[in-house]
Design a protein around this ligand. Structure first.
Ligand SMILES: Nc1ncnc2c1ncn2[C@@H]1O[C@H](COP(=O)(O)OP(=O)(O)O)[C@@H](O)[C@H]1O
Ligand SMILES: [Mg+2]
Length: 227
């Protein structure tokens, strides 16, 4: 299967009082059709790596190859376009715009990516049905539970059918029941055309992935990949 996303000898350093070498010369090929979990202690660099994969942050050294093309991290405009066309991102919280309803939150994401508002609203309705949240369409984020907020965040991603979904501890604030529901929906998005990568502290959810990655002392290890 094609290597849609590949990192080559990526390092990331931060300079606080002293130099911190967070990622050390990482190389890895992510394959379409697979789901990856990323584990590692707090501060091991999971978010740093995911932010590089989402083209939000840049590596200190090394390359990222996306769809056979080397990313130029100086080219912010093109990278922003690549992100909005191909990458959907879900964080632990605050994925939604507070002043907009659930359905607006989803449709705005579609409009921002070039869909007409009419088309966007129609798709958003379908997505809300699929997420079993149609009865929450007109609720604002503050009127939704944490679990509902995170499910709407999936909707925001889904409307643009991204080839890559990146989720950084998306169930970190959810109880087990809501977390299970979240991951069930996320795993429903598995497709031959798509890579899904999520960071988690939860061993149970980490083990559901096709490939489990672990960050430890700045190195990436593939552990017990199912395929
Ligand atoms: N913007 C930054 N400036 C300086 N140090 C940072 C910055 N972002 C992260 N770090 C440091 O990099 C390390 C990895 O952080 P992070 O990627 O957030 O880890 P994780 O997501 O695994 O908890 C930590 O030691 C953190 O303090
Ligand atoms: Mg983190």
């Amino acid at each position: 299967m094609s290597n849609f996303l590949e990192i080559k000898n990526i390092s990331k350093n931060y300079f606080n009082q002293k130099k911190v070498n967070v990622l050390k010369n990482l190389s890895y090929k992510f394959k379409k059709g697979k789901i990856y979990s990323l584990v590692g202690p707090s501060g091991s660099g999971k978010s740093t790596l995911l932010n590089i994969l989402s083209l939000i942050d840049r590596p200190s050294k090394g390359n990222l190859v996306f769809d056979s093309k080397k990313i130029n991290f100086d080219d912010r405009k093109i990278n922003d376009q690549i992100r909005s066309n191909y990458i959907g991102i879900i964080y632990q919280e605050k994925n939604l715009l507070n002043d907009f309803t659930a359905i607006e939150n989803i449709s705005i994401a579609g409009i921002a990516n070039g869909k007409s508002s009419k088309e966007s609203l129609l798709i958003s309705e379908k997505i809300l049905k699929k997420l079993r949240l149609i009865n929450r369409s007109n609720h604002f984020p503050s009127q939704l539970s944490g679990g509902e907020n995170q499910r709407i965040a999936i909707g925001r991603v889904l409307i643009n059918s991204p080839n890559i979904i990146i989720a950084d501890e998306p169930s970190g604030n959810l109880d087990q029941k809501n977390a299970k529901e979240f991951f069930k929906l996320l795993f429903n998005l598995k497709s031959k055309k798509r890579i899904i990568i999520y960071a988690t502290h939860n061993r149970y959810f980490a083990n559901l992935a096709d490939c489990r990655l672990q960050l430890i002392n700045g190195k990436l290890k593939s552990i017990n990949a199912r395929k």
